[in-house]
Design a protein around this ligand. Sequence first.
Ligand code: GLV
Length: 308
Amino acid sequence: MSVLFYSQADDPVPWRNAFAAALPQMPFQVWPDVEDMESVRYALVWNPPSGLLEKLPKLRAVLALGAGVDALIADPTTPQVPVVRLLDAGLAAQMAEYAVYAVLHFHRRMRDYEKQQQKRTWNQLAPMPASGWSVGVMGTGVIGGIILKHLVTLGYRVRGWSLSGTSIEGVESFVGEDELDAFLSECRVVINVLPLTPSTAGILGVRTFNVMPRGSYVVNIGRGGHLIEEDLLADLDSGQIAGAMLDVFNEEPLPQSSPLWSHPNVIVTPHIAGVTIASEAEEQVIENVKRMERGETPVGVVDRSKGY
Ligand code: GLV
């Protein structure tokens, strides 16, 4: 039995060391230096090429090196074994930092002050209390929950939207398609951390933007597939949306030709809102392998019918 590691984004060395220390009996094979595909019991992967996993006849589970497993679930060649995703594992705190930074950036008008500084202009813009700002988070699971708590602490009026609802103190909860418009109608900032599934694809589009108050902001740290980029560009140009901070894109790396790069009201970051850090995630992964070796169920098994 062995572990197969595949990722173009993660350094295999700390993972190899962690496995060697915790499970010395389990060889750790790093793609493409794989000597024995037959022995692979666990695949620890991020964005494996389609078709790789189906070549592992003894595979017991796919362990994702991230929280979002949309690509694995959408790939018809992913074997019908449990797919296990990271639950928090250091990602939630990073995503919350990013989200809070984005809200503060827009709310405290940092772009305007940047422009003023370029012109050596000393001009105090009208203050806006946090309590007068409604911030909405789409997706209220492990990651959304932590973002919501931080925003409550900062004094924003906070609302969460999800399919299952949430009961976090200080957060107004909106549930399901029927309550989406009510949720959006007061959001000065919408932060998306939903999983990408067929029902959430394209959820950030003109329909959504038009329900938000004029001059609102969009923060996308879910997946590029949630956002219809042309709709955002059109609504930025019309002023319906005042600004956006985007970490994920339909095509990554974002193509050089994308107008998002140079849009004055868009901040682009290269999918760094939540980066898997081996030292924070290895315990969860190794515990899961140990559980499965004992015949127990790992934590974070994806419900394929839901997609997360
Ligand atoms: C990163 O995008 C992740 O899903 O962990």
